[in-house]
Design a protein around this ligand. Structure first.
Ligand code: Q46
Ligand code: ZN
Length: 299
């Protein structure tokens, strides 16, 4: 096999694109493809202020790197989740990387705002990842507005998107099918949310991070082991091995054929939380209710 561009020895073969590329051509392909995804989905332009939510992992740091390289106005946001040493190490990686990029990073400590994930898990009977998802979504949106960003970008890759699609299809979670899209437009109280890496596999983002010498936290969050998403990712990888290209097709065909049909289900009735003023499905938003519960426990 040869690099399709220059004929040198390839570093990667991507069966879903029938494309083999060498190191240099992979890097420039990856950047062009990101740009194309941003344009195709009308995610943002140079006029927008983009807040990249960085966890310290390969995807989000690589995303931040590419967006800056492409000339976008992109700063970082790190939410310290209070998950022991893992969160500390991640924060350090993010801050070091911000320095390398010469970019601004906003750091918010959940333990000061509310409580760390381990404590929130205890205070509710919910799984760590479900409370974590809730406080992340809330804070990404709130902090973006507070600092004047109109777009929040996350590093979700194809494996993330396709595995969560699979899990939701298997459970016929119809509500999900009308909500999952790489761009969620700005609406009352919410900034726009985008996923510019939604068409890259985990392997591709990891390779890009590696080739660019991006130092990311390699260890997984200690809670991720019980995440069912890992199981769905493995299942999809097995299907992919047997039928190369399935993962991307599964996701893109969903975007093209299924999402438009279910979209209207999405109608959400939102009011403002009477405590914090953020959009909320009920009088008091779920995060303010969490706060009350944590305070009760402390009392
Ligand atoms: S950080 Fe949070 Fe993840 Fe850890 S607790 Fe689960 S959701 S696994 S991306
Ligand atoms: Zn609230």
């Amino acid at each position: 096999m040869k690099c399709r561009i220059c004929g040198k020895k390839p570093i990667i073969y991507m069966p879903q694109h029938r494309l083999a590329l060498c190191r240099e051509d992979f890097i420039s392909w990856f950047e062009r493809y990101t740009e194309r995804t941003i344009k195709d989905f009308r995610m943002f332009t140079n006029e927008d202020r983009v807040l990249v939510t960085v966890s310290g992992g390969k995807d989000s740091l690589a995303l931040w790197h590419v967006l800056r390289k492409l000339g976008y106005n992109a700063d970082g946001f790190y939410l310290h989740l209070g998950i022991g040493e893992y969160s500390e190490r991640s924060r350090r990686k993010v801050e070091e990387f911000a320095e390398r990029l010469g970019a601004k990073v906003i750091v918010v400590d959940l333990m000061e705002e509310l409580a760390g994930i381990p404590e929130l898990k205890k205070a509710t009977s919910r799984e760590a990842c479900s409370v974590c998802g809730l406080v992340k979504r809330y804070n990404f949106n709130r902090v973006a507005k507070e600092y004047g960003y109109n777009v929040v970008a996350t590093g979700h890759n194809l494996d993330d998107e396709a595995s969560s699609l699979l899990a939701n299809v298997i459970n016929w979670n119809v509500k999900y099918l009308g909500r999952k899209y790489p761009v969620l437009e700005e609406e009352e109280g919410f900034v726009r949310k985008v996923k510019p890496f939604c068409k890259f596999t985990e392997k591709e983002t990891a390779l890009y991070a590696l080739l660019n010498g991006i130092e990311f936290v390699e260890e997984e969050c200690p809670y991720s082991e019980d995440a069912s998403s890992i199981f769905y990712k493995e299942t999809l990888n097995r299907i992919e091995e047997k039928f190369p290209g399935t993962k991307l097709r599964f996701y893109l065909e969903y975007l093209r054929k299924v999402y438009p049909r279910f979209r209207e289900v999405e109608e959400r009735e939102l009011q403002r939380c009477k405590v914090c003023g953020e959009p909320s499905p009920s009088e008091v938003c779920p995060v303010c209710r969490l706060k009350e519960r944590v305070a009760e426990r402390k009392a």
